[in-house]
Design a protein around this ligand. Structure first.
Ligand code: AMP
Ligand code: TRP
Length: 329
């Protein structure tokens, strides 16, 4: 049996980068034989930066509904909210005592998020340790994520190996990251040198999973390309069209080579028009299911039940770790 775990922060604007980098893998792995998947809405991660409490509650339900709308079935996978399992924060503390501040200051995400700020919350620095706790708590083998999480997965592995060498080699399972080829790093549509993000000011820099067709069309048609005009994959010199080709490829399964052949001698206009169609037809069934699930009465019960199932696994691991460390009675 292979254990899978991943999480998404409930911070609004879930976009096609999240979908093509991570969520698509969640569904793929759920349907693999001999896998047990846990998919978490990581609300405790969201408060590393200020959140409006009312909005946060809504965003938790939004992300949980999106999980199910893309195909995660709570009968097959455990879908739950991080804060409903206290062991995440408890193991997070224990691991904080095993991490070095130096390795946390080196995290590129911390550097990016703290850059230019006079003061940032301590949680922003220690957040990758909480992520390690999320994973190690469930004896996880595989973590499906986008490329931007590579460094955090490395830290998780380092912490697991460090603890195992001090406290016994079977204290933690050492997990592996799982990254896709085309979807692992979707870039911003208005600036293909920056990753597509939930928080960028320009709403046309991203396609959110719930965007209507008119907005999708606008965002793609005005996406930055280059003046050469040929549909050719070259990340270095043609990052804009290459990003759009990655998106096309991730949605359809066509390889970049196949796209080059198909669009040889045709301009960006044709390609973009088709990409609009591909994107709209991939997202519209997700949006239909989302609306039904988000407004259904059973949503909170599903999450509570998932929380109970996760809690039962997490409690056992936490007890094992506390025993190894000599904590408690
Ligand atoms: P977050 O929204 O930061 O919680 O990210 C949720 C998941 O989406 C993580 O697995 C990220 O690695 C992935 N992800 C976020 N942005 C992108 C992107 N631009 N391209 C590919 N994957 C992404
Ligand atoms: N740090 C991840 C992100 O920002 C979200 C996350 C938190 C996560 N805990 C996790 C992802 C555990 C995978 C496994 O995208």
């Amino acid at each position: 049996m292979k254990r899978i775990f991943s999480g998404v922060q409930p911070t609004g604007n879930i976009h096609i980068g999240n979908y093509l980098g991570a969520l698509i893998q969640f569904v793929e792995l759920q349907d693999e034989k001999d896998s047990e998947c846990l998919y978490c809405v990581v609300d405790e991660h969201a408060i590393t930066v200020p959140q409006d409490p009312k909005e946060l509650r809504q965003h938790i339900l939004d992300v949980a509904s999106l999980y199910m709308a893309v195909g995660i079935d709570p009968k097959k996978s455990i879908v739950f909210v991080q804060s409903s399992v206290p062991a995440h924060a408890e193991l997070g503390w224990i691991l904080n005592c095993c991490a070095n501040t130096g390795e946390l200051f080196r995290m590129t995400q911390f550097k990016a998020k703290s850059q230019g700020k006079e003061s940032v919350g301590a949680g922003l620095l220690t957040y990758p340790v909480l992520m390690a706790a999320d994973i190690l708590l469930y004896d996880v083998d595989v973590v499906p994520v986008g490329n931007d999480q590579k460094q955090h997965i490395e830290l998780t592995r380092d912490l697991a190996i460090r603890v195992n060498s001090h406290y016994g080699k079977d204290t933690f399972v050492v997990p592996d990251g799982r990254f896709l080829k085309a979807g692992a790093r979707i870039m911003a549509l208005d600036d293909p040198t920056a990753k597509m993000s939930k928080s960028a000011k320009n709403e046309h820099s991203r396609i959110s999973l719930l965007d209507p067709p008119s907005k999708i069309k606008k965002s793609i048609m005005r996406a930055t390309t280059d003046s050469e005009g040929s549909v050719r994959f070259d990340i270095e010199n043609k990052p804009g069209i290459s990003n759009l080709m990655n998106i096309y490829s991730a949605f359809t399964g066509k390889t970049v080579q196949e796209l080059e052949d198909e669009y040889a001698g045709r301009g960006y206009g044709d390609f973009k028009k088709d990409l609009v169609e591909v994107t709209v037809s991939a997202l519209s069934p997700i949006q239909e299911r989302y609306n039904a699930i988000r407004n259904s009465d059973g949503l909170i019960d599903v999450l509570r039940e998932g929380g109970e199932r996760a809690d039962a696994i997490a409690k056992k691991t936490l007890k094992r770790v506390q025993d190894r460390f000599g904590l408690g009675l």
